[in-house]
Design a protein around this ligand. Structure first.
Ligand SMILES: Nc1ncnc2c1ncn2[C@@H]1O[C@H](COP(=O)(O)OP(=O)(O)OP(=O)(O)O)[C@@H](O)[C@H]1O
Length: 293
């Protein structure tokens, strides 16, 4: 078995300085059960946030693997650790056999990442932004120009949008341009951090179709985070449910549902599975509105 990603007992915490320690004496706070607690020292008090709490899993080559969880669950931190943007405090991560801490350059050559906060030169068009990106990847201008048009049209942009300033585009369109930019480097592993959050249902479907096509045509391994259960269920081969920094379950969508089957006649939804496993609701009211459009 060839693994694209191996995450082994990874732990990551953040510390936020809360000022001098004596202030905390008047406002004492301890572990609130949500991965947060306050540590005091003569230098001051620091709120410790455990973002990733001893997480282990593997992603097979060519797999579409989803990390499903609520806001603040630790999904983005995990993606940043795999992308070599953060260092783990404990544990090991390897990407196609390369260690993210000891061999970050080798890892960076095999991956690309799209996040919701993708940045662009807003006065420039998608074509200009992508040509700039392509130069950073060392791609030839002529070949890239053709490829940019192909990818953007495939993602549902109109030909005229390709040459208009990015600042005139909707967030959905900008997200598609971010995905197109990541695809230019033909990554073996594509990390998608909430790729369809805030997109209208049609744009969502277009992005999801491209994700499937990438795996089918190019064999790209895809690791995506989402809090959209329908997306997780329809797109992912396997799903890790993450809550408060921990993976609480990992299985195929069918396997996850089988875990809580037995109470009712019908098959449970992933939302019910999530509620059963974490005691929390996952559904995002914004997404619900989107779905009904
Ligand atoms: N750079 C940072 N400094 C301090 N705390 C951080 C930092 N990055 C993340 N956190 C905290 O770590 C926890 C996990 O955040 P993370 O962004 O990984 O969650 P998430 O599941 O991706 O949620 P979201 O969908 O809201 O991005 C949260 O409590 C967050 O506030």
């Amino acid at each position: 078995m060839s693994y694209a990603v191996v995450v082994n007992d990874v732990y990551k915490q953040f510390g936020k300085n809360e000022g001098p320690f004596w202030k905390a004496l008047f406002n004492p706070r301890s572990n609130n059960g949500n991965g947060k607690h306050t540590a005091h020292s003569p230098q001051g008090s620091v709120q410790i946030i455990v973002a990733v709490d001893h997480v282990s899993f593997t992603v097979e080559e060519g797999e579409i693997f989803g990390i499903l969880g609520p806001n603040g669950g630790g999904k983005s931190t995990l993606i940043r650790l795999i992308a070599t943007l953060l260092l783990p405090d404990k544990g090991k991560i390897s990407v196609f056999g390369y260690d993210v801490v000891r061999q970050p350059l080798q890892v960076q050559q095999l991956i690309n990442r799209v996040s919701v906060e993708a940045s662009f030169f807003k006065k420039l068009s998608p074509m200009e932004n992508l040509m700039y990106g392509a130069r950073l990847y060392g791609l030839s201008a002529k070949q890239t120009r053709k490829q940019v048009v192909e990818i953007l049209l495939r993602l549902g942009l109109k030909e005229r949008d390709i040459y208009h300033p990015m600042e005139e585009m909707s967030r959905g369109m900008q997200q598609k341009v971010a995905i197109a930019r990541a695809l230019l480097s033909r990554p073996r592993l594509l990390l998608l951090d909430e790729p369809t959050t805030g997109l209208d249902p049609r744009s969502k479907r277009e992005v999801q179709a491209v994700v499937r096509e990438l795996r089918e045509v190019h064999g790209t391994t895809i690791l995506l985070t989402t809090h959209d259960m329908i997306e997780a269920e329809t797109l992912c081969d396997r799903i890790a449910i993450m809550d408060s920094g921990r993976v609480v379950a990992l299985d195929t969508p069918e396997g996850l549902k089988n875990r809580v089957r037995g109470t009712t006649e019908r098959q449970p939804t992933l939302e019910e599975v999530f509620l059963e496993l974490t005691g929390k609701q996952l559904r995002n009211p914004e997404e619900e509105e989107d779905e009904s459009l």
